[in-house]
Design a protein around this ligand. Structure first.
Ligand code: WT7
Length: 600
């Protein structure tokens, strides 16, 4: 890793002096960053939770029940809109759920799970399109003290197998249309399926040992009251699968105590308040969609918008106008996609309700930032964090001037810094490892079933190593530079090269495969594969397409290579490790550097 840092140092360090200035006395929840940073203690935030007094812990109480038992009970917690017609809903779906409705619905589903034997500590996967049932299921699972494992709808059989087998989920909430992708026969822990979705999809057969239940029928006949199962602050909250540069995807476990971090960052970085209509565009299959699509906003009692269906620039603008969205949390690729559709389209809609915008997932390039600012009058604020950190760590704040292009400053109660490979903090403007002092509330507590992997992140005592490289300027702003490892970020989604390579080599024509992220103007990076073919297969455009489709069918659309190049041999070290550094150099037409460790 050290080699990487010094390699890149010269090219990344740059000063920008273009500021986004804030009016004095801006009415933000966090008014004086500097002062608060010096004094804030997480203990102060704990007082906001009922468990602080009662000692009874369950996130569903804090985000749903306590609001349902208060003046907020009839406040809309969830606005749901999917205008696309479907067989069961010819006019699309448009629904509203108050906090009281969510209490009722999540209690019903909790009772259903309970009836079929799900209990505290179990893992229950939720593999659904973005529908109200997706949110209600997660709440129901948390209510029972079990851990939800949210999985994006895009996953295909191989990706599902990895995650369901690793988590040993005992139940899956899914839709009939997705069912054929679940490899039941290979999943001995899986006992129950709950089907929430249109029934007219292809018929299905469950193998012996798995029981399928109709979600809607069960929920309807279940009791609407179920007290949360009381937990300890260290009990599980949610498991998100994410990718590293080696090995299969890993299950990142967060604990109940993470809610303190979700709450405080949603208040100070997202700047959410009681009158907001908040729209987090992320799917709960990724961590942004739970930390800031569920736990953060709802512990604060905020009204959230959830948009179903696929991305469409027109639909997105329409949603902001229709729901008068005031706070918008999205990602650079989304901003760039909107940008690519032009300002004319955007100008047809009234976007004046917006008062704050945040961005996450990949660096927000200045051009996209300026474009959004010109359109809405608001500059998107960076938030840097990861699945493993569970909450925002480095941010720009609504009341604080910031430099365009920088990622911002450590959230109060956290210390993000730049350290060298020995754990020494480096001087300003020096590239190094972006690390966080251990002990913030939503720090992951486990890589599911893999202590070794977990310990790797903490190999420097007292620090969590992010795997990102960055530097800090003399004003204390952190500038993201890149990854120190081979993890790919495509359209904000994290993809492990090893997973894609493993899928590729299962194709009969592929002998070896090496996968890298290639810089891309819209998606940040695209997945590029170098492939050597087995004897008897010859390179062709048709074969490239067939191989890419194969990955789409077995893994997921977003994991399929957008570019394939055939090569004689995939470069490897003598010990058999793929030299992705060499592939990146090939791709960019640059010298390959030191190849003394390369196999003959
Ligand atoms: C990686 C984590 C946690 C939110 C969704 C992503 C990159 C994240 C930024 C940012 C530059 C960013 C990093 C990080 N990343 N936010 N503001 N600027 N890069 O979570 O899928 O776990 O990915 O996303 O490389 O390590 P994730």
């Amino acid at each position: 890793m050290g080699g990487h840092v010094s390699e890149k140092a010269a090219s990344f360090v740059q000063e920008s002096s273009e500021w986004v200035r804030k009016p004095r006395g801006i009415d933000a929840n966090l008014k004086n960053y500097g002062k608060v940073y010096k004094t804030f203690k997480w203990k102060n935030a704990e007082k906001e939770f009922d468990w602080h007094k009662t000692k009874k812990v369950n996130v569903v109480h804090e985000m749903i029940d306590r609001h349902a038992n208060s003046a907020r009970k009839d406040k809309t917690a969830l606005h749901y809109w999917d205008p696309a017609p479907s067989a069961g809903n010819p006019r699309g779906r448009e629904e509203k759920y108050t906090f009281l409705d969510l209490k009722d619905q999540s209690s019903r589903f909790g009772n259903v799970l309970k009836k079929f034997g799900v209990k505290k500590g179990d893992r229950v996967a939720v593999f659904l399109p973005r529908t109200p049932e997706l949110y209600i299921s997660i709440l129901g699972i948390n209510r029972l003290g079990a851990s939800p494992v949210p999985l994006v709808e895009a996953f295909m059989e191989e990706a599902l197998f990895d995650r369901l087998s690793n988590s040993e989920a005992s139940a899956v909430v899914t839709a009939p249309a997705l069912l054929s992708r679940i490899p039941f026969k290979k999943l001995p822990s899986l006992k129950h399926l709950f089907l929430a979705g249109e029934k007219d999809a292809a018929g299905f057969e469950c193998p012996g040992g798995v029981d399928a239940h109709d979600y809607f029928e069960e929920v309807q006949s279940a009791s609407p009251s179920l007290a949360p199962v009381w937990l300890s602050l260290d009990d599980g909250l949610v498991i998100h699968y994410t990718s590293g540069s080696t090995g299969r995807s890993k299950g990142v476990l967060h604990r109940q105590y993470a809610m303190v971090g979700h709450y405080q960052t949603a208040k100070w970085a997202l700047d959410l308040g009681d009158d907001d209509v908040y729209w987090c565009t992320a799917d709960p299959g990724w961590v942004t969609g739970t930390s800031y699509g569920i736990y953060g906003p709802w512990t604060l009692g905020i009204s959230s918008l959830v948009l179903g269906g696929r991305f469409s620039a027109e639909l997105w603008y329409r949603a902001i106008e229709k729901y008068k969205v005031s706070m918008w949390y999205s990602a650079p690729t989304a901003f760039r996609l909107l940008m690519s559709q032009g300002k004319e389209l955007a100008k047809k809609f009234n976007l004046k309700s917006l008062r704050h915008i945040c961005s996450v997932g990949e660096p927000l390039n200045p051009e996209a930032l300026r474009w959004v600012r010109d359109l809405t009058g608001i500059a998107p604020h960076e938030t840097w964090w990861m699945t493993e950190t569970g909450m925002q760590i480095v941010c720009n704040y609504r009341s604080l001037d910031f430099k365009i292009g920088s990622t911002g400053k450590s959230f109060p109660g956290t210390v993000a810094s730049i350290i060298d490979d020995k754990g020494r903090e480096v001087p300003p403007n020096t590239l190094g490892n972006l690390a966080v002092k251990t002990g913030w509330p939503s720090m992951m507590t486990e890589i599911w079933g893999n202590k070794e992997k977990y310990d790797e992140y903490f190999r420097i005592k007292g620090w969590y190593l992010s795997g990102d490289t960055a530097y800090k300027d003399k004003d204390g702003f952190i500038w993201f530079a890149g990854r120190a490892d081979d993890v790919i970020k495509t359209a904000g989604e994290r993809v492990g090269p090893f997973e894609v390579e493993s899928a590729l080599v299962q194709h009969p024509a592929v002998a070896e495969a090496g996968v890298i992220g290639k810089p891309d103007a819209v998606r940040g990076q695209i997945i590029k594969a170098y492939i050597s073919l087995r004897q008897g297969h010859s390179a062709s455009e048709t074969l490239k397409k067939e191989i890419a489709d194969f990955v789409k069918r077995t893994m997921a659309g977003h994991a399929a290579p957008r570019e394939i190049e055939f090569c004689e041999r995939v470069p490897k070290t003598r010990s058999g490790k793929i030299m992705r550094r060499v592939l990146r150099a090939w791709d960019q037409g640059l010298p390959v550097g030191d190849t003394s460790t390369m196999e003959e």
